[in-house]
Design a protein around this ligand. Structure first.
Ligand code: CAA
Length: 422
């Protein structure tokens, strides 16, 4: 399926980005092993996938984005089509229903979808990087056949459930519990801020199975919608990404077969963290897309709007803003491509992913704010679209690890690297 799509779009692959076409040399210096310098160039396939995502976003998503932002309605039809095109399990092996693509392809697609609608891209991101990746990496063949395949093919939707009412950044403190009962587990507790919460079919849930072992006593389970005792809470009314679906979940004595345990007992926290490393690259790409969408709208407007007898982009005040936005977007894109490439190369990417997310989410806020400033009063109203960019950007500084957590992750990793080489 994906190959056909690629062939179609190869024919019309274009390299005409407004600011930057990511065909570059990227240098990576790995302090821990002295491996260094990698040439990184987008392949024709990468460009075709990026353009396929761009066309899909413009043709299939853009027309309903404003209305869905107002109503908060979930994009069911769009998600179904994304699945049919292979965007919901992009990095999954075709053997398990996926598109068999790399992380670079994934971030390119994420950026394009996010440029038009970050509510759609977060649905895609959670399914790809927080659910499919975890299942493919830690699941049994039986779980991959039964659960991963329909998720990767977009026939089912997944959710990742780590945060709780009283547990956010301090994720080792899981209050949700699971106790063994014969061949089953009994899960009790609650989860909060769950993306795809009401719409998902399968939920990766982290629960404490041995309190004495602290985070090494956490285990991951796959819960299925409809299991007795599994309650879906109210859908949140959010500032941004309003047509994505976020809700709380409650578990009262939910009986889960051991066949739905993901990975060994006690490795749940490791699964949660390793999954989030990849997820953070996806959210970084989402932030980049929000920024580049706002930036492109601001450039377009700067040609149309006249002041002091000329288009406003002939005024230095506006030029400086556009130049700053361009630099920040480029820098974020390079950090993201480096992190994605490190993941594809099976190198360590914990720090790279955190750096990419920290920086891209920071600049998404800055660029969206400046895009509004360039639009003046028009930027403050819904019609010109950039106010949504600012509202959507904010969450990228919060979910999949706040910016403060990214600082912690980066600092710990860089100190480890220095210890190793000193
Ligand atoms: N990758 C791999 N392993 C990691 C890791 C990472 N990024 N971060 C921590 N770990 C490992 C540590 O190496 C350690 O392993 P060992 O015990 O084997 O040595 C273990 O995890 C515990 O780590 P710490 O000792 O450093 O524990 P801590 O409590 O001091 O810090 C934390 C942990 C980094 C703060 C972690 O709790 C964290 O990342 N918190 C943020 C949680 C988060 O991102 N939540 C997002 C919710 S999901 C979401 O938003 C999804 C959505 O719907 C969009």
């Amino acid at each position: 399926m994906w190959l056909n799509l690629t062939a179609n779009f190869l024919a019309k692959a274009s390299t005409t980005d407004l600011c930057y076409d990511p065909v570059v040399f990227l240098h990576r210096i790995d302090n821990t092993s002295n491996k260094q310098t990698m040439n990184f160039q987008l392949s024709e396939d990468h460009i075709a996938i990026r353009d396929a995502a761009r066309d899909f976003a413009q043709n299939e998503i853009a027309s309903s984005a404003v209305e869905r932002d107002l109503t908060g309605e979930f994009p069911y039809e769009i998600v179904k089509k994304l699945g049919e095109l292979g965007f919901m399990g992009m990095m999954v092996d075709p053997k398990w229903g996926g598109s068999g693509l790399d992380a670079v392809s994934y971030v390119l697609a994420m950026e394009e979808i996010s440029k038009i609608d970050a509510s759609v891209s977060v649905v895609m991101s959670v399914n790809n990087s927080l659910v499919c990746w975890g299942l493919e990496t830690f699941g049994t063949d039986e779980q991959k056949e039964r659960l991963l395949k329909p998720l990767a093919m977009g026939q089912k939707l997944g959710a990742y459930c780590l945060s709780e009412p009283g547990v956010g950044s301090d994720a080792t403190q899981q209050a949700t519990t699971a106790r063994r009962d014969g061949n089953d587990w009994i899960v009790d507790g609650a989860k909060n801020w769950i993306t795809n919460g009401t719409t998902a079919d399968y939920y990766i849930v982290f629960a404490q199975t041995d309190l004495s072992k602290k985070h090494k006593g956490i285990t991951a389970f796959i819960l299925e919608k409809g299991m007795p005792g599994f309650e879906i809470g109210k859908k949140e009314d959010k500032l941004g990404i309003r047509s994505s679906d976020t809700c709380s979940l409650g578990f009262t004595g939910v009986r889960v077969p051991d066949a739905n345990r993901l990975g060994d007992e006690g490795i749940g926290f490791r699964i949660a963290m390793e999954t989030l490393n990849g997820g953070r690259i996806g959210i970084a790409a989402q932030a980049l897309g929000i920024a580049s969408g706002a930036y492109e709208r601001a450039i377009k407007y700067s040609f149309e709007r006249h002041a002091f007898g000329k288009p406003i982009n002939q005024l230095q005040a506006i030029q400086f803003k556009l130049a700053d936005m361009c630099v920040k977007i480029d820098a974020a894109r390079l950090l993201i491509l480096r992190a994605a490439k490190a993941k594809d190369n099976h190198e360590s990417y914990i720090k790279e992913a955190a750096m990419a997310k920290l920086y891209a989410s920071t600049i998404a806020m800055e660029v969206a704010s400046q895009a509004i400033q360039i639009h003046g009063g028009y930027g403050y109203v819904r019609e010109y679209l950039v106010e949504r960019s600012l509202r959507d950007a904010k969450i990228t500084e919060i979910y999949e690890g706040t910016s403060e957590i990214q600082h912690i992750v980066i600092a710990r990793q860089l100190l480890k690297e220095y210890e190793l080489i000193s």
